[in-house]
Design a protein around this ligand. Sequence first.
Ligand code: MRU
Length: 345
Amino acid sequence: MKLFTVRLSEDENAVDILDQTLLPNRVEYLRLETPGELFEAISSLRVRGAPAIGVAAGFGMYTAARKLPDDGEFAEKLGEIGSYLISSRPTAVNLPHAVNRMLNKAKNRGKAEALPLLKAECEAVYNEDRAMCRAISELGLTLVREGDGILTHCNAGALAATEYGTGLGTLLLGRELGYNFHVYSDETRPLLQGARLTAFELLSAGIDVTLICDSAASLLMKQGKINAVFVGCDRVAANGDTANKIGTRSAAVNAKYCNIPFYVFCPSSTIDFACGSGEDIVIEERDGKEITSLFYEKPIAPAGVKCFNPAFDITEAELITAIVTEKGICRYPYTQSLSALFGGE
Ligand code: MRU
């Protein structure tokens, strides 16, 4: 059975999502009918991954708009819902990107005029993501060779986006085209997206995947088992500094030391030209329970221990060999290469 990550419900009154907190043990879909339900699903990572959050927010804005009264306050009320959804997670820029696209369509318009435009816009966010993921995956294939060992961190596959995803797209498309890669998936503490999601997704696609503890990656690099590192990202600053799941920077530093190329895969919806550098990116801090007890039968740390649980880190631009976008492959210095490709959009 082919899974879907997020889609507009048939009656257009809800956002249907695959509940990723239950994977890999249960495949269950949720019907999210209100902005409150969508907020909860995004903040608790039922739907997660930068592009998927953007797509879900686009559909959520449309379904919310359908339920608003047809009065003079339509655009204003939709704006309030947009701000509320944006506040559900701070780091991935795809979320405000999609919400703002929707709000632009409602601006200075009444409900009747805005609704068809809003529907077309959320569908465009979804369809553009599919096309971008496919283009990124094709470009990624120019960076690898048959039989390569690839390290990946977190989950940047179809579960984090639409078809193919970003960081895993090359591997999923490559498999369809007959490539045999050996993929090493960091388990990705603390929420284990690598163990629960990447391992699940790659195994289901028939890809040779080996699960490792995050701390084993350096050893594998030294042993010559890794030819390249592939990751997705949540926000890329104008200078190429990149936010991605906590632990990504360690992988990049290790790769640099071992002379292994480190590639970031990113649709243009993840580039934030308003952020000059990684210093401007807000890093989400999450509940310490994710470190001490979530996913464990019994707590694995003493009660009351202080926890620090940042969800993301920033990988400096100079550690990144290339940023692969749907329009082309950018190399350092990114201030020039990104704006040459996208014109500082
Ligand atoms: O906290 P998550 O699971 O939403 O974090 C996701 C990541 O860090 C992904 O690598 C990133 O969003 C890229 S997804 C194509």
